[in-house]
Ligand binder design. Structure first.
Ligand code: 0GY
Length: 310
């Protein structure tokens, strides 16, 4: 892969660039696998970063994303609008158009978005909007505005992706359950993995999924959630072992409502930048059978993002 650049913007101090020498995974992905959570950043000289952004990344172009897709063995991507681009979805649309049928997108829109803009996004391959509640990433948006957006996108067959911290689930519960579409939770609702997997915090999230069959979860971001870090256990190629029990509970209990993605280019990591090949080798630890792997990587994302092919 080519090296990261900055596109004329000054990166946030301490920014970690994505890793340009990912290893080849040992785990061979099932044919047709989808990387269902990744981003493009810029390049800044073509698609500038939003004035209201909370961080300035290094560029992560569509060509670099597609090179990683091919290197790891994925067939398709779901590209999620990152907060550093605000509600300007041009970099996302550009990536979707270049990928043709091999990518779908999740956009950010504001109240007042026109029907024509929603149609333009749909034609490009957008199939969802993202509501972000992580305070270090976005300013507050009133919930009535978000519900209005959810009602606007529902007739298009789109869904809502939500990103929040585990401690905020009680306060957000009623809002999430009022959303009239499928709701996809980013990164398992960001559990604190130092707590027991059967402790009250994660039990609340499991109950949330149990009680609401329209709720899905991405079993993503071990590198973001892990305290143990990217270290092999007993010489085995198993990183982020402390996240495995959490993801495995969801994969086994909600086999038809889980998605997996790399989260490339891994914005805002502080301790290390993951080797994406090693991240792929995390998958068989959380989805130990070929059947679970196929549902997680192929059947579920295809049903949500390419239903016309199912
Ligand atoms: C992620 C996680 C993060 C950032 C964003 O849109 C974003 O800026 O999603 C984060 O910093 O936790 O999913 O990429």
């Amino acid at each position: 892969m080519s090296k990261p650049t900055t596109g004329g913007f000054e990166k946030t101090p301490g920014w970690l660039d994505w890793y340009d020498g990912p290893s080849k995974p040992q785990f061979v992905l099932p044919a047709g696998s989808v990387d269902a959570h990744c981003h493009v950043f810029g390049p800044g000289h073509t698609f500038g970063y939003a004035p209201e952004r909370k961080y300035t990344p290094c560029d992560a172009s569509k060509a670099q994303l597609f090179a990683l897709r091919d290197h790891l063995g994925f067939a398709r991507n779901v590209v999620v609008q990152a907060t550093c681009h605000g509600d300007n979805n041009d970099a996302l649309v550009d990536a979707l158009q270049a990928a043709r049928e091999a990518a779908r997108g999740v956009a950010t829109v504001r109240r007042g978005v026109s029907d024509a803009e929603l149609q333009r996004l749909h034609a490009a391959g957008v199939r969802g909007v993202r509501f972000n509640f992580v305070k270090r990433l976005v300013d507050f948006t009133p919930k009535d505005e978000l519900l209005e957006i959810a009602q606007r996108i529902a007739p298009l067959g789109w869904h809502v992706v939500v990103y929040f911290e585990a401690v905020d689930l009680p306060e957000l519960w009623d809002f999430f359950t009022a959303i009239p579409t499928t709701v996809v939770v980013d990164h398992m609702g960001r559990p604190d993995v130092t707590q027991p997997v059967d402790g009250p915090e994660f039990a609340r999230f499991v109950r949330f999924m149990d009680e609401h069959p329209n709720v899905w979860s991405k079993v993503t971001c071990p590198e973001r959630l892990s305290v143990a870090g990217p270290f092999a256990l007993n010489g085995q190629r198993q990183a982020y072992a402390d996240v495995v029990p959490f993801a495995r509970v969801l994969v086994e209990r909600f086999a038809d409502r889980v998605l997996w993605g790399t989260d490339w280019p891994h914005p805002n990591l502080k301790s290390h930048m993951p080797d994406d090949g090693l991240l792929v080798d995390f998958i068989p630890h959380i989805a130990p059978t070929a059947d679970l792997q196929r549902r997680l990587l192929v059947d579920n994302p295809m049903r949500l993002y390419w239903p016309e092919e199912c």
